[in-house]
Design a binder for this molecule. Structure first.
Ligand SMILES: CC(C)(COP(=O)(O)OP(=O)(O)OC[C@H]1O[C@@H](n2cnc3c(N)ncnc32)[C@H](O)[C@@H]1OP(=O)(O)O)[C@@H](O)C(=O)NCCC(=O)NCCS
Length: 168
């Protein structure tokens, strides 16, 4: 692949100065329909974890964002990953995978064991996510069971965990 003329993207924890651009990117990428998603029920009235949420900047411009939120699944603590969005002009260069991987790495370093999200397995399996048996983990609203994906940050972290994803 030819080398892009722009400098390599820099991934760093989201700061208050990034928030407006991060939200604007997500709004642009997902459109107003995002507020109808089941995952949004877990973000309203919740706070994303700033040390575990990241932005990518390329030549100063915000090119990508990912956030992690505290949730519970059954009785177990977990983190909800999302939204994740990469500017269309910066896609297919590994930035989305790098952002998701970086957030999971930071979560593991902070002692978290479980990450859950609603997304496409073909993208997220590269970063270690998998689907569990349909119905074992449910969202608080309509979600395709095959798109509810989990990653264990410690071995066996999802063993025996089941139920609805809920606010912490
Ligand atoms: C998903 C997204 C974050 C990926 O960002 P990215 O920087 O392009 O990701 P990467 O470069 O690491 O990986 C791209 C690869 O994932 C694949 N991919 C991306 N989104 C996909 C999807 N929804 N389903 C299947 N594959 C997908 C691409 O086809 C590409 O694979 P290829 O290069 O082998 O063809 C970006 O496409 C985006 O913002 N999409 C819109 C928002 C969205 O759908 N977010 C995820 C919600 S779960």
């Amino acid at each position: 692949m030819p080398k892009d003329v722009s400098s390599d993207p820099v991934i760093a924890p989201e700061t208050p100065a990034d928030a407006a651009e991060a939200v604007a990117l997500v709004d642009r990428v997902f459109g107003p329909g995002r507020y109808a998603k089941a995952a949004e029920r877990l973000r309203e009235g919740n706070r994303f974890l700033p040390g575990l949420s990241f932005v990518a900047r390329e030549d100063g411009r915000l090119a990508g964002t990912v956030r992690l939120w505290p949730v519970r699944v059954g009785g177990a603590e977990a983190l909800l990953l999302g939204p994740i969005a990469v500017d269309p002009a910066a896609r297919r260069r590994g930035l989305g995978a790098s952002l998701a991987a970086r957030a999971c790495e930071a979560a593991a370093e902070a002692g978290h064991a479980r990450v859950v999200l609603v997304g496409d397995l073909r993208f997220f399996e590269k970063i270690g996510f998998q689907a569990l048996a349909p119905g074992r983990i449910r969202m608080p609203g309509p979600a395709d069971p095959g798109r509810i994906l989990v990653r264990a940050l410690t071995p066996g972290a999802w063993d025996g965990v089941e139920g609805e994803v809920a606010l912490p």
